[in-house]
Design a protein around this ligand. Structure first.
Ligand code: PMP
Length: 512
């Protein structure tokens, strides 16, 4: 076969393949959930707060879903409140309890590896007078209950500790933590988002006071979650309005989403059964990676870890480059939590377990799911091997030191800045650059010159890597990525930054 034909065939294979290994970010909606939601969307439109027949039918749907959620976590239906997602559930508990206890009691104890919906809420509460202390974790993200106990004092009203970590998969000893908390009359909130459907949960047996859940992590829809509040635990609504959710969460219920969440929870036992298979695939994956790159470091614990999650550091391999190559070959993995991905900075969880900034930038998270196959694992490790052996380097790299006036003012170089808006405020753009949005990059393709050398830049050199590979896949011949981004260039070439940054910048308009 002609070389060209072979290349074309390889291209076809690449475009057909789609390997999703980011189930901790979100999951696809299962067919069972989809059927249930379609039914509700089609036939059940009554407002549950009204009194007539079709409204009562809607109430019935909500109560049925509540029962399914309660069954999945060993709670009573009266202890479940539907919310707009786990971010809301976490906010609701942290703010409601702070309001309830302050100023009599002021302190919340948490961990440095919580999800941003907890950490950023705690940081906000600090500005309102709440004292927050973070209990350090060990190298694998474990909180030692005895260390946590040392932080408890008269002022403490809440311990907030996630059941399973979204980035490294570490499972905490929640029963030990609730036991200690109980001895000191302190309440416990546990973010159980990543655990539901992956490990059994028993909120009653474990003595948890509050727990948050999200449907989209277990093959349900996005934008719906639940809050478990143990019978008798203090709680006041932080959203005011109508009488929905037993006066605890105002706003007309998102009926189809709630029904979908209920259906997803009905499948929890099946999901738990399937984790045996996922565990085997994860083990095979790790073994293959270790063979290809023996110096890789597994950050996830071997025991007490989510069956589907592994965090791996590959020394001297930039994670943005690896993710970009994976993306080019249709493989989805992530560097840290999806909620912080666009910030392009090292993950707070990886730093809290002791990784340096450099090691955090060499780390990826892989999270397997229901539809992950042995073939997916083989394909992914093959792409990884090709990358490590330098067979998939399609994008040139320009270091901050190399980016001098000759390149900046070369008419043949087209500088494309893909930083999100909020980051542009921190640092000015390169001179002569063209600003476009990372998330809608396909809407800018028609304006990009195919005959020029495109230099893609972002804040830290991560997002731009992905865009550079994307442009390659769209037929742009000469594409480069600025290593370490505008931030790195400012550090290295502050003279040029001071002289030229922000000059002659064009804001591109996306296609309608
Ligand atoms: N907590 C954890 C541990 C999560 O992984 C997530 C989702 N990334 C959330 C909370 C937030 O959930 P939601 O997307 O429903 O707001």
């Amino acid at each position: 076969m002609e070389i060209q034909q072979l290349e074309f065939l390889k291209h076809l294979v690449r475009f057909k393949r789609h390997v999703y290994l980011d189930h901790n970010a979100t999951t696809s909606v299962s067919s069972h959930v989809r059927r249930r939601m379609n039914h509700v969307l089609k036939y059940c439109y009554g407002n549950p707060s009204s009194l007539y027949g079709i409204a009562r039918k809607s109430t019935e749907i909500i109560e049925e879903a509540r029962q399914h959620v309660a069954d999945a976590i060993q709670a009573e239906p009266g202890e479940i409140y539907f919310t707009g997602g786990a971010t809301e559930s976490n906010n609701a508990v942290l703010k409601s309890l702070s309001n309830y206890f302050y100023p009599k009691k002021k302190k919340i104890i948490s961990t440095p590896i919580e999800h941003p919906s907890v950490i950023n809420t705690l940081e906000f509460l600090k500005t309102q007078g709440i004292v927050v202390e973070y209990c350090p974790v060990d190298r694998q993200g474990r909180v030692l209950p005895a260390e946590l106990e040392k932080l408890i004092d008269e002022e403490t009203f809440l311990i907030c500790c996630m059941l399973a970590n979204n980035e490294i998969g570490t499972i905490q000893d929640i029963p030990a933590i609730t036991k200690i908390a109980g001895q000191h009359e302190v309440l416990v909130l546990s973010d159980c988002v990543q655990a539901l459907g992956k490990i059994p949960i028993d909120v009653h047996g474990w003595g948890i006071d509050y727990a948050s859940f999200s449907a989209h992590k277990l093959y349900g829809p996005k934008g719906v979650g639940a809050l478990y509040v143990k019978q008798g635990s203090p709680f006041a609504p932080f959203m005011h309005g109508g009488h929905q959710e037993n006066n605890m969460r105002a706003g007309t219920e998102s009926l189809h989403n709630i029904a979908g969440f209920g259906a997803a929870c009905q499948d929890v036992n099946k999901l738990l059964d399937h984790t045996k298979q996922i565990r085997v695939l994860k083990r095979q994956f790790i073994q293959r990676l270790k063979k290809i790159k023996p110096d890789c470091v597994i950050n996830s614990p071997e025991a007490d870890c989510l069956p589907n999650t592994v965090s791996i550091t590959f020394p001297h391999v930039n994670n943005a480059g690896l993710m970009a190559v994976f993306d080019y070959y249709g493989i989805a993995v992530s560097a840290g939590s999806a909620c912080s991905a666009q910030e392009d900075k090292p993950s707070h969880t990886l730093k809290a377990i002791g990784l340096s900034d450099q090691a955090a930038k060499e780390t990826i998270r892989v999270s397997l799911g229901c539809c992950t196959s042995a073939r997916d694992i083989r394909y992914t490790t093959q792409v990884f091997q090709n990358y490590i052996e330098d067979r998939t380097m399609l994008v040139n790299m320009i270091t901050p030191a190399q980016l001098n006036e000759t390149i900046l003012f070369d008419k043949q170089v087209y500088i494309l800045d893909v930083r999100p808006q909020f980051l542009r405020r921190n640092l000015k753009s390169l001179p002569n650059s063209h600003e476009a949005s990372f998330v809608a990059i396909e809407k800018y393709l028609h304006q990009l010159p195919k005959d020029k050398h495109i230099l893609v830049v972002c804040q830290g050199g991560g997002l731009s890597y992905i865009v550079a590979y994307y442009l390659k896949s769209k037929g742009f011949e000469h594409v480069s990525n600025l290593l370490d981004g505008v931030a790195g260039w400012k550090v290295r070439r502050d003279d040029l930054y001071q002289k030229y940054a922000g000059q002659n910048v064009t804001v591109l308009q996306p296609a309608k």
